[in-house]
Design a binder for this molecule. Sequence first.
Ligand code: MLT
Ligand code: ZN
Length: 463
Amino acid sequence: MPDPRLAELCRRLPELRLLTEPGDLEHYGRDWTRRWTPAPLAIALPASVDEVQAIVRWANEQQVAVVPSGGRTGLSGGAVAANGELVLSMERMNRVLAFNAVDRTLTVQPGMILQQVHEAAREHGLLYPVDFAARGSCSIGGNIATNAGGIRVIRYGNTREWIAGLKVIAGDGELLDLNRGLIKNSSGYDFRQLMIGSEGTLGIVVEATLKLTDPPPPSQVMLLALPDMDALMEVFALFRERLALQAFEFFTDRALQHVLAHGAQHAIEGDHPYYVVTEFDAASEQQQETALAAFGHALEQGWVSDGVIAQSEAQAAALWRLREGITESLAPRRPYKNDVSVRISAVPAFLCEMQALLAHEYPGIEVVWFGHIGDGNLHINVLRPDDLAEDAFIAQCEQVTKLLAVTLHCHGGSISAEHGIGLVKRAYLASTRSAAEIALMRGVRKVFDPHGILNPGKLFAAD
Ligand code: MLT
Ligand code: ZN
């Protein structure tokens, strides 16, 4: 017998596409964490703002929780539906709505895939600069919900910097038109910024106006091999001072081994514990010479042991693959992930303590590190040994995360740099945000979503 709540939804929105097959519930009910068993009530695929609004109003009346859903590439369980929620997939709302050459903005629907946003900007000779490996699957709405960062934050900042305006349906079903693309708008609270990074707990993005910028100048990509961790910050300081960096990404030999086993081609001979892929402006011969001189200096100082500069776009892509392929190569192992950040100046001290902590707490367990070291953001991926049951493994990792949270707190860092809190890091929110802040966050949520129907249980436990 059909669920009476769904029957009522169908009565109100006869055109709404609604999925209830077990395969669909499983597909749309989970994200890349793969830790929770999906169990949504149904999947709604609205095609218009009006439909989203009507669904949210229905959800309030029927007391059905709603999980907004984009590309579900999230790594913190933010898009998981495991408790009879209605998944609101934005995948049919995936079009460009407008381009404005004077404002240099692109207005898009939330289900648009990031890579398509890049292509749409490029068609107008401009750049939407937020970028990361999941670009082919993640949606712009999800990027906004998590304030996604990625590989070019060092140059362009996070998603937050690139949102000129948002239309959202708040938890009570109200349509809000936030900031309307204005550059200057000193008229009180900026709810647009509040929505960014709110993980679907305050409103559902139904339209976004994105800022675009000039395409970057021609660049070069370099792979560096490093002898030790201390060298990493030395090379970073040197390169940042002398070059116009577009990216500065770090990974360990362990990470590299996984990517190579996954089909990537290595570019440097020999064994090296650490690597960096960096991209920098190289429009002129002088910039290229400066880069070579910086590399030469790092070599002389013993901060790098080897390096290679891409000689073609194909080679640049191959070098990037060594870094960008890590997540995919680890995915079959379903790693336990930490995504932490500290201020750049605190990275050396934090790294030192963290390395000691992980070595002590994970004896005999493979830990794979990589990340956006130039932003102070490290990804720690712990791989479950075959002889350890999943539950016991997660329990052990949670204990270590508690210790890591203390270390982060001492260094003024964050338990989530860019993946979001979701379900995965909910228990550790208090290591990064004060009790007063969390109380205010809960209060804000009540204002925007009085009946608590939007993504309950994410960010903090439901009331
Ligand atoms: C990355 O930097 O590649 C992403 O944050 C994904 C990940 O951490 O696995
Ligand atoms: Zn990352």
